[in-house]
Design a protein around this ligand. Sequence first.
Ligand SMILES: [Zn+2]
Length: 490
Amino acid sequence: MKADLIQNLEDRSWDGIVLPVAKGALKDLALPEIGELEAVRRQGAFAGNQGELYQFTTLQDGKLCRWFLAGLGETWGLEEMLESCAAAWRQCHELGLERVCAVFSGLGAPLTPALLQKAAEAALLTAYRFDKYKPEPEKPGVQEAAFLCGGEETFRTALRDAELGARAVCLARDLINEPPNVMTPVCLADSAREILAGTPVKVRVYGREETAQIGLTAFLEVGKGSLQEPMLIVMEYTGDPARPERRLGLIGKGLTYDSGGYSLQSSEFMETMQHDMSGGAAVIAALWAAQARGLAVNVTGIIAACENKLSASAYVPGDVIRSMSGRYIEVNNTDAEGRITLADAVTYAKQCCGVDRIVDIATLTDGIQTALGDRRCGLFTNSRTLAGRVEEAALASCERVWELPCDENLRRVLDSRVASLKNSAMGSSVGGYATVGAMFIKEFAEDTPWVHLDIGGTAWSRACEGIYTKGGVGFGVRLLYEMLRGMEGE
Ligand SMILES: [Zn+2]
């Protein structure tokens, strides 16, 4: 889909008009040539409530044009702009309208570059399709999207930012939506190399033997039951060479399939367990966006990618395994495997990559969905400063986060009879499972400033809704990218 800024609505003919309207702002909307709009106003057919979508059709020069009035509500901001426009653009794509223009004269306030960026992201993200295994390609959506606004450089930059962000999200969605028989650890490593080929990001990939030599022994235990070779994927970006001491470790969980192992999941959950590498996909996509924008930050992306399967060689509950940090872990639940892989990735980041801060993003627990639902992820931290960065990025990206506590009484459920700690709260009835998972990783982060994002509830969508398409969401891509932007010059 092509996206453009235009200054005059009359320059082209349109199949659709998307018109975000604030509550009560319809009365000030001056488009006298559209009699239908006048009638909507007179009859009070549309109030502009948040989530309200009203459609009508006009006849212009013998051609039908569909209008979508998208309600923003009374107090609204970036998120409402994104959501309301997404609902309207989704309709435009589904109806196969070819040329659609968004008009911003119903805001009751001036259009800012940040608002334009959200309106454009809505158009671009709802155009996403994953149809490579369908007998025929899905009906194409809108071909030409336009946004009516001034031609100032700030608006052009906002549109470019929207295109960059949306492209990165779609890269991640493609990786997540590939079925697990295709998206193996090797395939994920190859994809990272392909996506970042020809960019300043250096990608190194280590197979089983090299990873063992480096010392990520706990990670390798998790992948032991699978025929697919585990892969340690390391992506190094140096956008701020003058300050080599500042380097962020960005770690994404990379379970390309999680059956649960001997602590087997129910088939209902297993059906979508390809998305257990969503954190890894977000890291690859955010790094791609960071280098594309030439951000002045130093980041090392790390994905310890493997499959969690069960076989004669798989690890079992009761095993005691050695981690890269030297701590021994008592495995009481083979389905709490992500945190084991992350523990070694965190130690690797600290010992081998020279990072001074760590952010990890992982589909870690179902508990987080119980706590926060499916559109907001959990944040755990040992550093208010670093958490503040992520929270600012959440507001800018409209990817919601909520901080949950790291409570010591929940660390105690991980106390082990034989080792440094157990890997899960299995057998304890205290609850707080998302916190318990976070506390496990925190143990390995030690005193390095660290943020853990649990996207266990937000990474996979069961519905086409707003900017979300069924399947992989690409959650965290825009959040991480905005966070990296905020770290420039820090
Ligand atoms: Zn699991």
